[in-house]
Design a protein around this ligand. Structure first.
Ligand code: F6P
Length: 341
């Protein structure tokens, strides 16, 4: 059996560990053969593939990024569509696809499976916002990177008696902000799920400052303060027509400075959170998901993705991952907010 693997959407640490887990188990246990599609669905639509022999995955679980490349290509646009893809797969002798990606990738995979293609999925999102899986690989690494960066902001903030604002990723959900903020002892954490007024933010900043601390605010890029209607965006649209986010920290800094009189600096961590080596947790999770995807292929579980439930790997239908975002529940925010100010 010949299996094609693709990585699609925004990259995150752990993608290579998934590829390695799948290829090693497939070759060792089932004698399968592997190819990789270059740059996500683009490689599928254009029939652009590379061989994935065993030696191609040697030592890659600790490597950031994806050896296959990625893109945000929609397989139904341009020259794409199920018939074109079926023809490519037949010509190249590929029997099944393992699609590693987030909501957009899995939605496309579902449509293609409904049209008769043999696809299984592996959930991927650094934001940890996919429902139907407890954690996604890449998230733990992003939290670690953000926490280390915020710890560094704190020492320079304390030297200068400044308020420091750290902006982290999180388009629709605030998991990275919540975890990195809690880990670094932030005086305020601002997430997309919770609207907070500028008055409340400055109150937390003042409280910390009055105790002789350098106030530390962690904000997710998708946070919407009560005086705004939608997330701050000034960078145009992405390929899915969604506003590119980033910059809310720069908006908040002068507001906080003007209202509190405390010198304030903003830092946007950006794509640094998605780069570099994955954490041990992410390597293990990604490797297990990659191996479980092979079980899905062998068992013909088309239209399903592998997922983490507690400590076990399960198989769930694509539809379970689509539609519902895994947002930060109010009680988790309230728990963190006890320590604000
Ligand atoms: O979905 C993951 C994510 O990192 C978001 O947090 C962020 O808004 C977006 O991707 C950035 O996308 P791009 O890599 O296209 O700039």
């Amino acid at each position: 059996m010949k299996i094609g693997i693709l990585t699609s959407g925004g990259d995150c640490p752990g993608l290579n560990a998934v590829i390695r887990g799948a290829v090693l188990k497939g070759i060792k246990i089932h004698g399968q053969e592997f190819v990789g599609f270059r740059d996500g669905w683009r490689g599928v639509v254009e029939g652009d593939i590379m061989d994935l022999p065993r030696q191609s995955v040697r030592g890659i679980s600790k490597q950031g990024g994806t050896i296959l490349g990625t893109s945000r290509t929609n397989p139904f646009e341009g020259d794409g569509g199920p018939e074109v893809i079926k023809a490519h797969l037949e010509r190249m002798g590929i029997d099944a696809i393992i699609a590693i990606g987030g909501e957009g990738t899995l939605a496309a995979a579902k449509r293609l499976t409904d049209a008769g293609l043999k696809i299984v999925g592996v959930p991927k999102t650094v934001d940890n916002d996919l429902d139907a899986t407890d954690y996604t690989f890449g998230f733990d690494t992003a939290v670690q990177i953000a926490t280390e960066a915020i710890d560094r902001l704190r020492t320079t903030g304390e030297s200068h008696h400044r308020c420091m604002i750290a902006e982290v990723m999180g388009r629709h959900v605030g998991w990275i902000a919540l975890h990195a903020g809690m880990a670094s002892g932030a005086h305020a954490i601002l997430i997309p799920e919770q609207q907070v007024s500028i008055e409340q933010i400055t109150e937390w900043v003042n409280e910390a400052h009055d105790r002789g601390r350098a106030p530390l605010v962690v904000v997710a890029e998708g946070f919407v303060p009560s005086h705004m209607e939608s997330p701050h965006s000034e960078r145009g649209m992405d390929t899915f027509g969604r506003p590119r986010l980033g910059g809310i920290a720069d908006q908040l800094a002068p507001e906080i400075e003007a209202r509190t009189g405390i010198e304030t600096r903003a830092t946007i961590l950006g794509h640094i959170q998605r780069g570099g080596v994955p954490s041990g947790f992410d390597r293990v999770l990604a490797t297990r998901l990659g191996m479980a995807a092979i079980d899905s292929v062998v068992e013909g579980r088309w239209g399903t993705m592998v997922s983490l439930a507690g400590t076990e790997i399960k198989h769930v239908g694509f539809e379970a991952a689509l539609g519902n975002l895994k947002t930060v529940p109010p009680h988790r925010y309230e728990e963190a907010a006890i320590l604000f100010g």
